[in-house]
Design a protein around this ligand. Structure first.
Ligand code: B1M
Length: 216
């Protein structure tokens, strides 16, 4: 039963059918399917497929845009459920989260923010296309323990390094820890740019953030 639902979820994203995606996300909640399963086993399968097709030149920008919109809408339905499931009792720390300058991919970053909030972090999500000075300025303003940066493009990954270099220059590390993520981000990239860590998905991001504030 859930297998069939997951397949329909993926298909709704591939076809860019926002309303159907929302309907299926709502159905998953009614059926008590864990929202992270609905995202990972259903919707993400679809968005990865269309991303691959786009990469091979077999799908085009309008299809990518429609898939992105359907994905965002479905995840938007599931996010409040993720927050409800969270067992947050104490505040674990303050996190400034952003997608780096020049990059407007927001779905994964927002999901990471939701999971961090559900786990007890106070998250200030600056949104997408955020320059280094804004990210660092906000971290100083709210006395954040962690800066989290997402980048989905190989051309914008470099911005993560710029923020880290600026933090180092201003003597703000190791007080402020930096975690990086996004589809092209690897462990070796994180090490190369001297980040404090990376995670492949939102659950991994929560584990890493807990480790960084010493609350594993
Ligand atoms: Co874009 N796009 N896109 N796109 N897009 C990719 C990234 C791409 C790989 C597709 C492809 O060609 N195969 C490709 C990049 C290629 C490259 O860099 N080598 C690409 C391209 C080229 C582009 C444009 C340049 C296309 C164009 O205009 N010609 C353009 C760039 C615009 C810009 O940013 N300046 C563009 C635009 C778009 C849309 C706007 C249409 C849309 C985004 C909609 C939105 O976000 N509102 C879009 C989409 C949807 C994608 C794909 C298909 C899916 C991204 C996504 O939402 N995934 C993507 C292909 C792919 O990744 N398979 C692609 C689902 C999401 C849950 O996963 O974001 O990876 P993800 O997040 C995960 C983990 O990475 C991790 O946890 C998350 C949850 O599990 N994670 C973190 C993320 N951030 C983290 C932070 C952490 C820790 C973990 O710590 C802080």
């Amino acid at each position: 039963m859930s297998e069939e639902l997951y397949e329909r979820m993926a298909q709704s994203i591939i076809e860019g059918e926002k309303e159907i995606a929302v309907e299926l996300a709502t159905k998953a909640i009614e059926l008590n399917i864990h929202p992270l399963d609905a995202i990972a086993k259903g919707f993400v399968v679809g968005v990865n497929y269309i991303g691959d097709q786009f990469g091979k030149g077999e799908a085009f920008l309008p299809e990518l845009v429609m898939a992105g919109e359907a994905m965002k809408a479905a995840v938007g339905v599931l996010e409040p459920e993720l927050l409800k499931l969270g067992e947050a009792r104490e505040t674990l720390g303050r996190v400034v989260l952003a997608t780096v300058e020049g990059d407007i991919h927001e779905i994964g970053k927002t999901l990471v923010g939701t999971m961090l909030s559900a786990s007890g972090f106070e998250v200030t999500d600056l949104g997408v296309d955020q320059p280094a000075e804004k990210i660092i300025g906000k971290a100083i303003e709210i006395d954040a323990q962690i800066i989290g940066m997402s980048a989905l493009l190989t051309t914008t990954m470099i911005r993560q390094r710029e923020v880290i270099e600026e933090l180092d220059k201003e003597g703000l590390r190791p007080r402020i820890k930096v975690m990086v993520g996004g589809a092209p981000i690897t462990k070796s990239w994180a090490e190369k740019i001297n980040a404090d860590g990376t995670a492949e998905d939102a659950m991994g991001a929560v584990q890493l953030a807990k480790k960084l504030v010493g609350k594993e």
